[in-house]
Design a protein around this ligand. Sequence first.
Ligand SMILES: O=P(O)(O)OC[C@H]1O[C@H](O[C@H]2O[C@H](CO)[C@@H](O)[C@H](O)[C@H]2O)[C@H](O)[C@@H](O)[C@@H]1O
Length: 404
Amino acid sequence: MDLKSNHSSPVLTDSTPMNNSRLGIHSALLPYSPPVAAFSSSLLLTIPRRKAGLLDDVRSNCWLDAMKSSSPTHKKLTKDSGNDSALSDSEVAYRNWMLKYPSALATFEQTTNFAKGKRVALFLDYDGTLSPIVDNPDQAFMSNAMRAAVRAVAKHFPTAIISGRSRDKVYEFVGLSELYYAGSHGMDIMGPVRTISNDRTNGFGSTNKQNYTNLLIPLANKLIPFVQYQGKEVNLFQPAREFVLMIDEVFRTLVEITKDIEGAKVENNKFCVSVHYRNVHEKSWKTVGECVHDVLKNYPRLRLTHGRKVLEVRPVLSWDKGKAVEFLLKSLGLSNCDDVLPIYVGDDRTDEDAFKVLREGNRGYGILVSSLPKESNAFYSLRDPSEVMEFLSSLVMWKKSSAL
Ligand SMILES: O=P(O)(O)OC[C@H]1O[C@H](O[C@H]2O[C@H](CO)[C@@H](O)[C@H](O)[C@H]2O)[C@H](O)[C@@H](O)[C@@H]1O
């Protein structure tokens, strides 16, 4: 195995498709390989050369600072401040922040006035949005009430779950076959699960009675092959499929080198890897960062992003949750239409890519789920998953009443 670093490369813009030759497996042998999903030079992210020991060297503490600032908890804020007036200070700060990011519930009427006559498309993040943040990532279950709210909303609007988790995992948690799923931060997109049928001409719409599904543009049908998933038929789009074995290799290496760090947990999300430090004592966070840094040195085609008490290793690809939203809107025939209102609800830094796409395209808005003030590209806010549920239910009620 060639573990040589490629720091000499000025930019990571190799236009030749990766063939995983290092792993000895040609990409054509990988599962689900639609021709269009082939690794494209246009998806390669141009990033500045890594300056080891300066820019992203954990020893310079910048990673550690990012790790420390990742997802501070409300509990910590109040505990550290030590008295009740500090609690109200934080509440005051939150209310001030809400002047900039008003509650999506308080401004609901404004939204529905704007949404009148428009087709709403919903994009929902999973962790911290549909399920509360918990210590064990394997137990981040969504409540039955939330599941019912998502099911209800999906009856009226095209609805997609866009998560950093593997698509399989998030599908298992949500358990609703009528939704679109984008796992691995949008690098693994799946249309609603359909009963196997010979009729492939009308794509996702063949078993779904909702009007929007008939709007699938031909492009999507052409680009996404039909593949078997749990005995059913689905459409898949996997722009990072070339990385699947590399990611698995990195996952295994990370499991091995972090095994002695108490509380560290490495999660294989198929096209990216999460290294959790939520349950690691703060004094060992630096060690976690160093482990990830040491592994990444050997994989110049992988990069690191920060999530909520998690380091995420992902391909150097210009593909993120924002791109996934654009792809899904296009697939649904809902892009470049004045009568479409996409709404994205998420809590994490990776959701900012989607908020930005909507804000910059001036074609919808993001709702940030946060109980703490933080800068965002979203327009509105909700405090926590329970408010998300209320928002989803309000959308359903509005839709039902406007159909009367
Ligand atoms: O895009 P998302 O659906 O928000 O997924 C982002 C990451 O979520 C999960 O980790 C986070 O939630 C865990 C459960 O509440 C929590 O323990 C962890 O600290 C959070 O970072 C998931 O485990 C990751 O793989 C996702 O990338």
